[in-house]
Design a protein around this ligand. Structure first.
Ligand SMILES: [Zn+2]
Length: 229
């Protein structure tokens, strides 16, 4: 039998024998060939693989709401009910969070719409998922993991427009700007690298959530980790 080589996990930096992780897990999309083509696979240890998978079981349900395309409708009809049957806590949280409200549309009409509210902890889970994704994309695109002494800052996607739009324009104006997409263009990302500041800048758009973030060296006296700015 061929001896497996030790490699570095792109998420936690441990050197171990690795599994391959799908940056965008299969559970987010219908089981059809067009969504499965050219996946991005990165080296991951078993522990990160399992932790990421727990998060994906939650985000893969929430992200289907509020997005009316074929893939989400298919998921809501077919896969989400099965996923919720396996996770009673999540099923309860979703049924508590779903309610109708009156909302003014761009035409000026006031119509009822269905909204899904979620607790703050759920937003933290989404953030953790985006952290995994940016680490995976960084490893794939730049052929190296986010350095251990660097941290990732994300802007809160709920307070986004004034910050996100100029940030996105700025990323696009960089000479190093690159874009990529996955799963039949359901998932889209853009990034740029600034070598002088040792930064990478990311815009990730999936379903109706767009997140912008920066990987950069930690500031002195700054306790690492992950922050919405
Ligand atoms: Zn790991």
């Amino acid at each position: 039998m061929k001896k497996k080589r030790r490699q570095t996990c792109c998420y936690c930096g441990r050197r171990t024998i690795l599994a391959k992780d799908h940056v965008l897990a299969k559970c987010f999309l219908p089981n059809e060939q067009k969504y499965r083509r050219d996946p991005i696979l990165v080296p991951s240890c078993n522990e990160c693989n399992q932790n990421k998978s727990k998060i994906e079981q939650i985000t893969a349900v929430y992200f289907q709401f509020g997005h009316g395309d074929y893939a989400s409708e298919h998921m809501l009809k077919n896969r989400v009910p099965k996923m919720l049957r396996k996770n009673k806590k999540l099923a309860d949280a979703i049924s508590m969070g779903l309610h109708k409200r009156w909302a003014k549309h761009s035409s000026g009409l006031v119509l009822p719409e269905l909204v899904l509210e979620f607790p703050h902890e759920t937003l933290l889970i989404f953030r953790k998922w985006f952290e995994y994704v940016v680490r995976g994309l960084h490893r794939h695109e730049l052929k190296r993991r986010v350095p251990l002494e660097h941290t990732i800052y994300f802007m809160n996607p709920l307070e986004r427009d004034e910050v996100t739009i100029p940030f996105r324009e700025w990323v696009r104006s960089q000479a190093s700007h690159k874009t990529g997409s996955l799963a039949n263009k359901e998932f889209h990302y853009e990034f740029a690298v600034n070598h002088k500041e040792r930064l990478t800048m990311w815009v990730v758009l999936f379903k109706s959530i767009e997140v912008v973030g920066v990987t950069s060296p930690r500031k002195k006296n700054f306790k690492g980790g992950l922050h919405w700015l």
